[in-house]
Structures are given as C-alpha cells and as structure tokens.
Write a protein of this length. Structure first.
Length: 212
C-alpha cells in the first residue's frame, strides 16, 4: 500500500530541491525541504517517520533551488547572494566556501568525487562560472567568452540580416512565426534532454520494503 506523508503545512510556500538534485537524504527516511516560514527561504530537514523538523540554515535567505547534497552525506551545499556555502547536518554549522563579490550566483553542482563545486554567476554584464574547491582553498571564475562573442557578432550583423529580410520580400509575420517556432523547438528539445539526462543519472530503484 502506498503511504502519503504531508511534510509541510500553513500558508507559507515550500518547495523540494531542484529536480536535478535529490531531496531524499541517505536512508530515504528524511527529506530536504525549502520553506519560507520565516519570510526567507531556508533549508529544513524533515523526518518521514516522526515528522520532526530541523531548520539547517538561518540568516539571509538562500537561493531556493540551490540545495545539493555533498557525497560525504553530512553537508548540504547551497548558494546565497554572491557566494557558495555549506551547512553541516548534525551541528548546523555554516561555512563560506567561495564568494564572487557583487555577483548573483545560481544553483550549484558538485563533482562526482565531491572535490569541486560550480555555479553560474552574473555580475553586471559579465556572465560565467564560479568554480571552487570543496575546502575553499581554490576559487576561480570562468567568463563565458564564447557566449559573449556570439551575441556580439549577432548584434553586429543584425542590421545586415534585417536588410536582407526586407530585400528578400519575406513578410514580417512569417519572420516572426519562424522565430517563434524555432524558440519553441529549442525549449521542447531542452526539456526532453533534461528529462532523459535526469533519468539516466538517477534511475528509480526498487523499494526495499516492497521489493518493487
């Protein structure tokens, strides 16, 4: 029989971790939830057996979809404002791993061996990756030079492209329709790719209690 357990309640919004990350902790009897009970997103660990809740983070709100489990099982990595942070599950001690001053940092990813972390960042017109060693001993930023160059080239050629379209006799409606269709195809293909990549990385396993 399927058991349904409610882990959040009240009027404040809550969410699980980003769908590319595991919400269930080792043992599958505890789960990570991001709650806004204090008005700011914080990480809460909830026991599915007892319903007990432990708030792991405090202070300024975290990025609500950035929580990720380190392979060591004892620390949770997350981003907040302009940096990468980690909190120890047992002691709830938080530490700063790396910061990118003045930047806005997105979701983080952890290397398979747990030694390196990456997160996309944006600082004004600069975009790139924040890369840091797990112990914070080494921090690098990698700018998206290729992306910036491509957009620069597109901008420089925009006038020629528009002129060619005008001289070619193609209606504005058809141009807009083709652009929208291309955008739709790109979005759908990305969703399909992410779904199958997620499935291959974290395949559903048999339930040990029901052997199904």
């Amino acid at each position: 029989m399927t058991q349904v357990t409610q882990v959040t309640s009240g009027s404040n919004p809550s969410n699980a971790t980003y769908f590319l990350q595991q919400s269930f902790l080792p043992g599958d009897r505890d789960i990570l939830v991001i709650t806004y009970e204090a008005g700011k997103p914080q990480i809460v660990e909830v026991s599915l057996d007892t319903g007990a809740r432990r708030q792991l983070t405090s202070g300024p709100g975290i990025h609500p979809f950035s929580a990720a489990q380190h392979p060591g099982d004892q620390e949770i990595v997350y981003t907040r404002r302009d940096g990468l942070y980690a909190v120890h599950r047992a002691t709830r001690e938080e530490r700063t791993i790396a910061r990118a001053e003045g930047a806005s940092v997105g979701e983080c990813s952890i290397s398979p061996d747990g030694e390196w972390l990456t997160a996309a960042f944006r600082r004004g017109e600069e975009r790139g990756l924040l890369v840091a060693a797990w112990d914070g001993s080494e921090v690098r930023t990698i700018a998206y030079f290729l992306e910036n160059t491509v957009f620069l080239l597109i901008g420089l050629q925009a006038e020629w492209i528009l002129q060619d379209v005008k001289e070619g006799g193609t209606s504005a409606g058809r141009v807009v329709a083709v652009c929208l269709l291309t955008l739709l195809v790109a979005v759908v293909l990305r969703m399909v790719w992410v779904f199958f990549a997620r499935y291959l990385l974290i395949r559903p396993s048999a339930d040990p209690t029901t052997v199904r």
